[in-house]
Design a protein around this ligand. Structure first.
Ligand SMILES: N[C@@H]1[C@@H](O)[C@H](O)[C@@H](COP(=O)(O)O)O[C@@H]1O
Length: 288
């Protein structure tokens, strides 16, 4: 796992957007070889989405051959509700890019048969060849997607009852009316996320700092589902300084020091690749 620390949420968004843009451009997607991208909602990815939109507008990035799968969706609010994740994604991201709407996949929280909807979502991901890069955010209780504390680390896409903490945290999007926040959601599972070839998670703000320390400094634990990322061979967490508040000083120093070395190694790998000597793409020198 790599941990990248930037000053603030905007710098985190820029880093993650550059990272994703490079991955998509290096992949050189086509209609027959699309790039499959997993995406989150929430306030944390908004600076990333803004930076990605800018790249599309300036012509250095295209989503024409990208297929997306969102992590989760509320159950029981209309698709066009201002706080549905469907509305959020089109308002904050898709409508400002060149992605064909037919390549956008979101769970349908109003499906008649919710179990069938979840199973079909997993099948669609497989049909598309699996997710190349899953971008995620976390809740204050360390949940990834809507995999609340106690979720099975082997879970797949399913219906989930939201934790009270999550309902409280999300009430801000529903005029602070707790009763208006949906009680259930459809979400990809922890195993669905872990199956992506690469996972990148954005964590910003001091209120996420306990979850971050539990996820990276303690063991793998279903009470902090982000910690399952420790089992992933290619995981990257990008955080701001505020989110590091609960980390040990030596943890912060360690990750900052390996980022410097990593940069040097990556530059050398790029030079070798340019000379046709290697096809290596992994995180050399990281904690993978
Ligand atoms: N289901 C979503 C998560 O996928 C998201 O990571 C979390 C954090 O939201 P924010 O970034 O607004 O703190 O919100 C919800 O719970």
């Amino acid at each position: 796992m790599r941990l990248i620390i930037r000053d603030d949420p905007v710098a985190v968004g820029d880093y993650v957007a550059n990272y994703i843009a490079k991955r998509i451009n290096d992949f050189a997607p086509t209609a027959s070889k699309p790039f499959v991208l997993g995406l989150p909602t929430g306030s944390s990815p908004i600076p990333t989405y803004k930076a990605l939109i800018n790249k599309v507008k300036e012509g250095s990035l295209s989503f024409k051959h990208v297929i997306t799968f969102n992590m989760d969706e509320y159950v029981g609010i209309p698709r066009d509700h201002p706080e549905s994740y469907h509305t959020f994604m089109f308002r904050e991201f898709f409508s400002h890019t060149d992605i064909p709407p037919s390549q956008v996949n979101l769970l349908d929280g109003n499906a008649e048969d919710l179990v069938a909807e979840c199973n079909a979502y997993e099948s669609r991901i497989k049909q598309c060849g699996g997710i190349e890069l899953f971008l995620g955010g976390i809740g204050e209780d360390g949940h990834i997607a809507f995999n609340e504390p106690g979720s099975s680390l082997a879970s797949r896409t399913r219906i989930k009852t939201l934790a009270y903490d999550t309902i409280l945290a999300n009430a801000r999007f529903f005029n602070n009316n707790i009763a208006a926040v949906p009680r259930m959601a459809l979400t990809v599972g922890v195993a669905t996320v872990l199956e992506a070839r690469e996972v990148v998670v954005v964590v910003t703000g001091q209120r996420k700092s306990l979850a971050l320390s539990k996820a990276i400094e303690d063991g793998v634990n279903h009470l902090w589902t982000l910690s399952a990322l420790q089992l992933h061979p290619w995981a990257l967490i990008v955080v701001d300084e505020d989110a590091t508040a609960e980390l040990h000083v030596k943890t912060v120093k360690y990750f900052k020091s390996i980022e410097r070395v990593q940069d040097e190694v990556e530059q050398r790998q790029a030079e070798l690749k340019a000379r046709g000597r290697t096809k290596h793409q992994g995180q050399v020198g990281s904690m993978e």
